[in-house]
Design a protein around this ligand. Sequence first.
Ligand SMILES: C[S@@+](CC[C@H](N)C(=O)[O-])C[C@H]1O[C@@H](n2cnc3c(N)ncnc32)[C@H](O)[C@@H]1O
Length: 259
Amino acid sequence: MEFKTDIQKKVTLVGAGPGREDLITIAGLRIIQQADVILYDALVNPKLLDHSKPGAQHIYVGKRSGKHSISQVEIHKLLLECALSKNRVVRLKGGDPFVFGRASEEIEYLESFGISVEVIPGVSSAISVPGGQGIPLTKRGVSTSFWVMTATTKDGSFSKDLQLAAKSSATLVILMGVRKIHQIAELVRDYRSGLTPIALIQNGTLPTENCITATLNSTEKVFKTIDVSQPGILVIGDVVADHASFYDEEIQRVLYSYL
Ligand SMILES: C[S@@+](CC[C@H](N)C(=O)[O-])C[C@H]1O[C@@H](n2cnc3c(N)ncnc32)[C@H](O)[C@@H]1O
């Protein structure tokens, strides 16, 4: 596997970026322009497909939680079929293909049939979505590291890494955790102050983007009416206080609690 910008190989995995159309890389866009077929995920901005050449085939292979969708095994078979019948196959994935993207499984499957795969990295939502909201993941004197995690593991259980990370002083970045937001806050509160800031950013970098901030103590109240069907990222740590609305919202909440 190599990072190259021209297609000489059969399948190219391309990171589409976090959502906004122009947050794909130039290399990724060039490959899309050359593709004969593009298999794309649910969180890929469909406007990117408009850049493909006339006659290029677009196949949706999205998997969104709670909805009936194509299995990973079916995606593998479809990729193989396309690789055997088309010249230039692009597998377009949200963010970066190697961040919770199951890229390794697709590469291993294709390579087991002798098909070469190349990867064009993408801008991961894990870093760019908080950044787009003005939340730095590291900040001198505030946070020297960050952990990017998923809340849920393969068997549906809570990730043990969350506990380990909560014990550290790192900024926590949690993907696929919107449905477990209250459990997450409760767990982190066992190790950190209840006044620790937390942000939920949904549909980051898109016109429908929404960011809500709270403290670990106030998540039950603040995140009561969120739409859990929308993809979101949780950021926990003092860096969240850099968000433009954090102090304003907290002051409003304290004032209203006395009314
Ligand atoms: C299967 S993971 C894929 C992550 C992707 N490979 C990346 O690097 O961004 C999907 C999760 O990423 C997060 N996510 C992706 N795009 C997002 C966005 N625009 N806004 C908020 N969260 C996003 C959500 O937690 C979502 O459930």
